[in-house]
Design a protein around this ligand. Structure first.
Ligand code: S3P
Length: 434
């Protein structure tokens, strides 16, 4: 049965909140902890279905992972060559990060693996990782159209690669670097536009001799990793829904504490400020080697913009929230250069456009974006197509709709943001189960 929400309209959003740990960093902390020597203590781990799937997979591969309390894991690393194969398929659920990074990591193992995922993940393109991994010598089979299930055959002599990644994708880059740990010689990757560099930073923190700068990373294979502690900051992508909601709802004044501010993640902040949002950064500091800040957001009338294409990779997960903001802003917002949105957990251009149109928005889809004419939204029924970020973005838009909105299929919010509905209600959202 589908889990539906009844959302909005809300009064002013107020208070102080903290959102859960970063999804990208939580996945990587488990992965590197598992293949390091010694133990790694993770604080602030995201208790989402995606990141738990990664932890479950490493337990299946013979890694002991303790959970002393919620948001905490102690990973007892088995070293680069200590993983044990599993006869059962490894289930990544909805998590693209798990599947793509694991394809790289498992390509260098002395055992065979099969990676599977849910319906959405089984539609997503995997050739972008398989192709370069095959050039490194891996033997990988996918279904005819390059999707999961993925079978990774035994191959013990990967070679380093010098590879220009055709799409801006941190997942592709990370898969190659993780395979590079097991390769002979140097693995050198070049990106068309810099993407989040968590894999590089974390490899360095685990003692790998990796050299990197925005858009490029190079490492030598064969070096052992040393377990280390990881302090996971709050996920900017989860904070994003509250940044947009408080910008839209008159009278709002919300403080979101200790948000991860890696510049490869905060493109939405710049886009919202170009639209006229009133967001200030307070108490800037560092947590686990990442910049963090408290973000204070107050209601401000928003104006449509042409979203600068240079911001697209730095806000790639934030377009559902941006579409919600744009559909309620004054004037037109144009999104271009964002074709990658069509291969996320859903086709986010199509599903978000359809979801907002059902509430009266005027949106023209483009192959690589959309033209969104801002206006008012009415109550009614709409659909998230099982995409976590679309469900949350529609719930945000509903806060300023004329009447309540029923949003279908919201269960997958737990993949990245367990507790979203409760936290949102605490600061004033209208949001309840249907
Ligand atoms: C992620 C990279 C991005 C992003 C995803 C998480 C990561 O995907 O959309 O939510 O953790 O590396 P792409 O690399 O496909 O752009």
């Amino acid at each position: 049965m589908s889990l539906d929400w009844l959302a909005g309209p809300a009064g002013a959003l107020r208070g102080e909140i903290r959102v859960p740990g970063d999804k990208s960093i939580s996945h990587r902390a488990i992965m590197l902890g598992a293949i390091a020597e010694g133990s790694s203590h993770i604080h602030g781990f995201l208790e989402g279905e995606d990141t738990r799937a990664t932890a479950r997979i490493f337990a299946q591969l013979g890694v002991r992972i303790e959970q002393p309390s919620e948001h905490e894991r102690i990973v007892h690393g088995v070293g680069l060559h200590g993983l044990q194969g599993s006869d059962e398929a490894l289930d990544c659920g909805n998590a693209g990060t798990a599947m793509r990074l694991l394809t790289g990591l498992l390509a260098g193992q002395a055992f065979e693996s099969v990676l599977v995922g849910d319906e959405s993940l089984s539609r997503r393109p995997m050739r972008r990782v398989i192709e370069p991994l095959e050039r490194m010598g891996a033997r990988i089979e996918a279904s005819g159209d390059g999707t999961a299930p993925i079978r990774i055959n035994i191959k013990n002599n990967l070679q380093g690669i010098d590879y220009k990644i055709p799409v801006a994708s941190a997942q592709v880059k990370s898969a190659l670097l993780l395979a590079g740990l097991y390769a002979q010689g140097e693995t050198h990757v070049h990106e068309p536009h810099p993407t989040r560099d968590y894999t590089e930073r974390m490899l360095a923190a685990f003692g790998s001799p990796i050299a990197f700068r925005p858009g490029e990373a190079a490492m030598l294979g064969g070096f052992a990793l040393k377990g280390t502690d990881v302090d996971v900051p709050s996920d900017f992508s989860s904070a994003a829904f509250f940044l947009v909601a408080a910008s839209l709802v008159p009278g709002s004044d919300l403080l979101i504490r200790k948000v991860g501010m890696n510049p490869r993640r905060t493109g939405l902040l710049e886009a919202l400020r170009l639209m006229g949002a009133d967001i200030t950064e307070e108490a800037r500091t560092e947590q686990g080697g990442e910049p963090v800040a408290d973000l204070r957001v107050r209601y401000a009338p928003l104006q449509g913009i042409h979203v600068p294409e240079r911001l697209v990779p730095d806000m790639i997960d934030e377009f559902p929230a941006l579409f919600a903001a744009a559909s309620l802003a004054k004037g037109e917002t144009l999104v271009t250069g964002a074709a990658e949105l069509r291969v996320k957990e859903s086709d986010r251009i199509a599903v978000m456009s359809r979801g907002l149109r059902a509430l009266g928005a005027q949106i023209d889809e483009r192959p690589d974006g959309a033209l969104i004419r801002g206006g008012r939204l009415r109550g009614g029924e709409t659909e998230s197509a099982g995409d976590h970020r679309i469900a949350m973005a529609l719930a945000v838009a509903a806060q300023v709709a004329d009447a309540e909105v029923r949003i279908g299929d919201c269960a997958n919010v737990a993949t990245s943001f367990p507790g979203f509905a409760e936290l949102a209600r605490d600061c004033g959202f209208g949001l309840r189960l249907a």
